[in-house]
Design a protein around this ligand. Structure first.
Ligand code: HEM
Length: 205
């Protein structure tokens, strides 16, 4: 099944590389006093590469949103409000229990349904909630002159920074869980191969 058109694969590749650069440089800025750690690339270099990667990520994000608005890929991100919670519980039971008993996937992938309910929910949360928040707060830090000065007596810059760190942390955790769940296809490498070739291999055991 051809599920990942070339534009999604290119977007995804750039997105993954840029997010990893942002995590490494972001952590380097956070722990700039710990010079002995491998991750620490030096404060000045970390700031420069964090800013460059962030601008590229924003352009790439605009490409993703436009692609989903203009092509059929957008339909895979529509949450079915009536059934989403029930369906997510079903999928969780499969990940926590059924999968180890070699049960069939409760939501096999089809051309109409590219993501299982948990994938869909986490992708919507990451792409349409966390990404806009991390981008807006990041722009607020890059251009502090436009950031609100004080909110109820608290520094606006501090609040923007806290929002930025919290969403960046969420996205880092998302990335770890995302890579793990991508090993849960019919074979551990199937989903990764799908993202390279564009073709999804069947989930049937
Ligand atoms: C080394 C890093 C990464 C690897 C190895 C990876 C791997 C994969 C794989 C194998 C898929 C296809 C399986 C599926 O449909 O779920 C996928 C899809 C996806 N990934 Fe990742 N990913 C990485 C980083 C990221 C990051 C950082 C984000 C977002 C912040 C992300 C968001 C997505 C989204 C939204 C999709 C679905 C795209 C679509 O088909 O519309 N990924 N990823």
């Amino acid at each position: 099944m051809y599920l990942y058109p070339i534009w999604i694969r290119l977007w995804h590749l750039f997105n993954a590389v840029l997010i990893i650069v942002l995590i490494v440089t972001g952590l380097s800025m956070q722990y700039t006093d710990k010079q002995d750690y491998i991750l620490v690339v030096g404060f000045a270099r970390a700031v420069k590469w964090h800013n460059i990667a962030a601008i590229l990520l924003i352009l790439n994000y605009v490409f993703f949103v436009a692609g989903n608005l203009l092509t059929a890929n957008g339909k895979y991100y529509k949450l079915e409000k009536r059934t989403i919670w029930k369906d997510m519980v079903k999928q969780m039971k499969f990940y926590g229990w059924g999968m180890f008993r070699k049960e069939k996937h409760p939501f096999p992938i089809t051309l109409e349904r590219k993501f299982n309910p948990l994938q869909k929910f986490s992708y919507v949360l990451a792409m349409y909630v966390a990404m806009p928040l991390v981008i807006i707060s990041g722009l607020g830090l890059l251009f502090p002159e436009v950031t609100v000065n004080r909110v109820f007596g608290v520094s606006g810059l501090l609040l923007t920074d806290m929002l930025h760190i919290a969403t960046a942390f969420f996205l880092s955790v998302f990335l770890i869980i995302h890579i793990y769940t991508c090993t849960l296809g019919s074979k551990p490498t199937s989903l990764f191969r799908g993202m390279l070739s564009g073709y999804h291999e069947s989930d049937e055991h």
